[in-house]
Every structure is written in structure tokens, then in C-alpha cells.
Design a protein around this ligand. Structure first.
Ligand code: NAD
Length: 443
């Protein structure tokens, strides 16, 4: 099939590349000239495991190309995917300006039947708004489909190639058939393509992300309670997760959820509910608890140092909001660094992929106060304490003698529960984690 993908970010580039890999001819559109320059030179502007080889194959065979010319892409395509940003506004409402502007632009271009598919995460009713924008400008037949994307950054290619389900929201039989045809190669193992109405499809995405954020947050609250009652959240997790009604995933306690999706999607669903006069109370609690959880590790440091964090040097391992990505949007590391800088601590930070984005997001002034280094070893050199913010694999099995050799004292605050408590004890570390008893902690 001939496909256009408008917006070539995390979702758009993965979508375009994976569709091209299954034999479709894909034109990706973006208005960021630097991004396009890089892509046209064969450089991938994001870090996503597995993307490079598919990208190379499809670009070499010219099944995947990039442009800033929406008209060319729309004229080429039978199906047009919108993978545009829907960032939160100041009030938490999803900002639809990018989606609606492109819808309007498409309305001025189309000359024959097109299927316009919204892959961005959007509030209920957006398909109707997109339809209206286009219909105002053309008499040509078209269909608007909601097709929320469930890929996870860090595993995006795998998720796209082997989705657990594909949700398609449309009232058009013709569009549903075309979409099924397009997705069939990705669900050959029998996973379902679920066709429903547009509104249910739009809500499915928000409900899924909000439920996952709730599960994480519930477990973080259990962890906070564990610390107060002397229980170990790892044990509680095993006891809970083996109940098939609960399931094992999304039960790991830590320093809160971040990323480009959960925070904004929970906020947006809460906004929609408020707007309709419905109090979705659990969402407000989830946001409140998560905001506190992000910097809970700073509270632990303060307690350990009796409030004297000024001029202490703190190492940070991990800046990305999760491993295997360079994305730092809403990452707990940003909030932790911000608080520690305000307190007057010195920071030395290492991340294998996300340093550039972290500097950009934190801003020049604050970043200038952080010593960014190129290895985990350098990040602990001479520091008073180490904070672990991201569970990159390379942090999981360090030689514990490093902590003695490199740090002033081997004091670790682990926001991701990477180490076994017995091993930490044997290695004579001072080790604080989340929801587990402190090892050699202050009495
Ligand atoms: P992104 O910011 O990485 O990418 C968006 C791209 O759109 C950027 O490259 C930007 O330059 C481009 N763009 C903006 N305006 C444009 C225009 N007028 N014409 C052409 N290009 C334009 O965003 P993303 O992470 O890919 O997310 C896109 C959508 O998908 C959001 O709604 C998000 O919530 C949703 N989503 C994201 C993920 C994820 O893990 N990132 C997962 C599922 C769903």
C-alpha cells in the first residue's frame, strides 16, 4: 500500500519504518528541518533498539523516504497516519493544535478517497473534529480512523511488529477492511485486530495508560508503607503478582512513572472527566502520589545527611525515564536534579543515551551546574553518594568494590531496586532502595 506518516518522531518513525519493512511504500513527513536532514543522510535521530537495520533496508530500497512536503505525501498515499504531538496544556488538556492544523492542511489537498488515521493519543471526540476540519474544505470522500498506538519506547519496534492487539476505531466498513489488510502481517500469530467505534477507541488508549500508571502508583504506595512497617516490597510483589487476576507486570516499586505518555495521558483523562463534570477521583490521587514519589529519593538523602546536602557531591546513574531510550520527558531524574541543584548539592551524572536530551530539557543554566561524564565509573569518582534513577542493564551488575574504591563512602540511594539486599550487605554498602529495608542505614 502507499502510506503517508505525518510527524516523524518516536511513533511516526517506528510506524513508517515498520510499515515500509512489510513492503509498503511510505513517505514520512516532518517540519523539523534538522530531523529531515539527518534522516535523509541515513541518520536516525532517536535511540530505539532494532530500528536501525529495518531503517537501513527500507531506505536503501526506497520504500521509506522523508520530506517536508505534505502535499506530495498526501497525493502518494491511500492511508495517511497522523503521528503528531499532543502535549499537555497548562491545564492538563491535550493540545490538539498540531493534529487539527494538519487535518485542515489535508482537507485543502485531497483529490480522491483517503483514509486519515489518527495514531496520536487524543481525547474522545477528536476523530469528529478531524472529520469536520477536512469536510469543511472538500467534497471528496474520505474516512477518519482512530488507531491508538500502544508501543513502548525502548521496545517500540518489537511492539509494533508483534502487537498484542491492534485497536481500530471507525464506523466505515471500507476503512476497517483496508486497515485490517494493512495490519494483517503483524498479527499472524493470532493476536486480535479489534474494530470498534471511534470514541471507544480513543478512550481505550487513555484508559490503558491510566490503568498502568495506577498500578505502578499503587505499588509505590505499598512500597512506602513497607518502609514504615519493616516489610520488603519484593516479597509483597511476588505474593501479589502470582495471583493471575493481578499479574506480574507493572508491580515494580520505584521513583515514579515518567515519560512522554503516562503523565500527560493521566492528566488529559482527568481533564476530560472534569470537563464533563465527572470526578475521576482515583486519577487525582495517582498524579499526586507520583509527583511526590519522583523526589522521594531526595527526602531520603536529606534524612541521611541530617538536612546537610549543600556542597555534597552526588553521582547520578541514569537520566532517561526508563532504560533503552534517550527520552527524558517527565523523567524523575529531571525533578531530582532540579531539587538537588536548588539545595546546593554538586552533581555528576552519567547516562548511556540520554545526556543530550537531558541537558536540553533541564536548560543551559541548570545543566551548567552538572558535571556530565562518560562512564558509570567517572560518575562515582569522589562522590559522597550515588543515586540510581534508571535501570539500564549496565548498572545491574557492577563490581561492588568500585563503590569502596571510587566514592568517599559507599552510600547508594537506588530508585530502581537493582541490588540484592544480602549482596549489598556482604559488600558493606550503605544501601537505600524503595520499599525495602535499608542496608547499613542510619539507626
Ligand atoms: P514526537 O514529539 O517524538 O514526534 C512528533 C513529530 O511531529 C516531531 O518530529 C515533530 O517535528 C513533528 N511535527 C509537529 N508538527 C508537525 C507538522 N505540522 N507537520 C509535520 N510534522 C510535525 O512525539 P511522539 O512521542 O512520536 O508522539 C506522537 C503521538 O503519539 C503523541 O500523541 C503521543 O502521545 C502518542 N504516543 C506516543 C508514544 C511514545 O512512546 N512516544 C506511544 C504511544 C502513543
Amino acid at each position: 500500500m502507499n502510506i503517508a506518516v505525518v510527524g516523524t518522531g518516536y511513533v511516526g518513525l517506528v510506524t513508517g519504518t515498520c510499515f515500509a519493512d512489510s513492503g509498503n511504500r511510505v513517505i514520512c513527513v516532518d517540519n523539523d528541518q534538522n530531523k529531515l536532514k539527518a534522516l535523509n543522510k541515513g541518520k536516525i535521530p532517536i535511540y530505539e533498539p532494532g530500528l536501525e537495520s529495518l531503517f537501513e533496508r527500507s531506505t536503501k530500497e526506497k520504500r521509506l523516504t522523508f520530506t517536508d512536503n505534505l502535499r506530495d505525501a498526501v497525493e502518494h498515499a491511500e492511508i495517511i497516519f497522523l503521528c503528531l504531538p499532543t502535549p499537555p496544556g497548562a491545564d492538563g488538556q491535550a493540545d490538539l493544535q498540531y493534529v487539527l492544523q494538519v487535518a485542515e492542511d489535508i482537507g485543502g489537498i485531497i483529490k480522491d478517497y483517503k483514509i486519515i488515521v489518527n495514531k496520536s493519543t487524543v481525547p474522545v471526540g477528536t476523530a469528529d473534529k478531524v472529520r469536520e476540519k477536512i469536510a469543511n474544505l472538500t467534497d471528496v470522500e474520505f474516512d477518519v480512523v482512530s488507531n491508538p498506538e500502544f508501543l513502548r519506547e525502548g521496545a517500540a519496534v518489537d511492539d509494533f511488529l508483534r502487537p498484542e492487539r491492534v485497536v481500530i476505531g471507525t464506523s466505515s466498513q471500507k476503512a476497517a477492511e483496508q486497515m485490517q489488510l494493512l495490519y494483517e502481517p503483524f498479527v499472524r500469530s493470532g493476536n486480535p485486530i479489534i474494530v470498534m467505534d471511534e470514541r471507544s477507541s480513543e478512550l481505550t488508549k487513555y484508559a490503558a495508560n491510566s490503568l498502568l500508571a495506577t498500578k505502578i502508583t499503587f505499588m509505590n504506595e505499598v512500597a512506602n508503607l513497607c518502609e514504615r512497617v519493616g516489610a520488603n516490597v519484593d516479597n509483597v510483589r511476588r505474593g501479589l503478582g502470582t495471583d493471575s487476576r493481578i499479574g506480574k507486570r507493572f508491580l515494580f516499586a520505584g521513583i515514579g512513572y515518567g515519560g512522554s505518555c503516562f503523565p500527560k495521558d493521566v492528566q488529559a483523562l482527568d481533564y476530560t472527566s472534569d470537563d464533563l463534570g465527572y470526578q475521576f477521583s482515583i486519577l487525582k490521587s495517582v498524579m499526586d502520589v507520583n509527583n511526590k514519589q519522583k523526589t522521594s529519593i531526595v527526602r531520603k538523602l536529606e534524612e541521611y545527611y541530617g538536612g546537610e546536602l549543600k556542597n555534597k557531591t552526588i553521582g547520578m546513574w541514569g537520566l532517561a525515564f526508563k532504560p533503552e531510550t534517550d527520552d527524558v520527558r517527565e523523567a524523575p531524574s529531571l525533578y531530582i536534579a532540579d531539587e538537588l541543584i536548588k539545595i546546593g548539592a554538586n552533581l555528576r551524572a552519567y547516562d548511556p543515551e540520554a545526556t543530550k536530551n537531558f541537558k536540553q530539557t533541564l536548560g543551559k543554566q541548570k545543566s551548567s551546574k552538572i558535571d556530565f561524564v562518560n562512564s558509570p565509573m567517572d560518575a562515582i569518582d569522589g562522590v559522597d553518594a550515588l543515586i540510581i534513577c534508571t535501570e539500564w542493564n549496565e548498572f545491574r551488575r557492577p563490581d561492588f568494590t568500585w563503590f569502596h574504591e571510587k566514592m568517599k563512602k559507599p552510600v547508594i540511594f537506588d530508585g530502581r531496586n537493582l541490588y540484592d539486599l544480602e549482596r549489598a550487605k556482604e559488600a558493606k554498602l550503605t544501601y537505600y532502595s524503595v520499599g525495602r529495608p535499608a542496608v547499613n542505614g542510619k539507626k
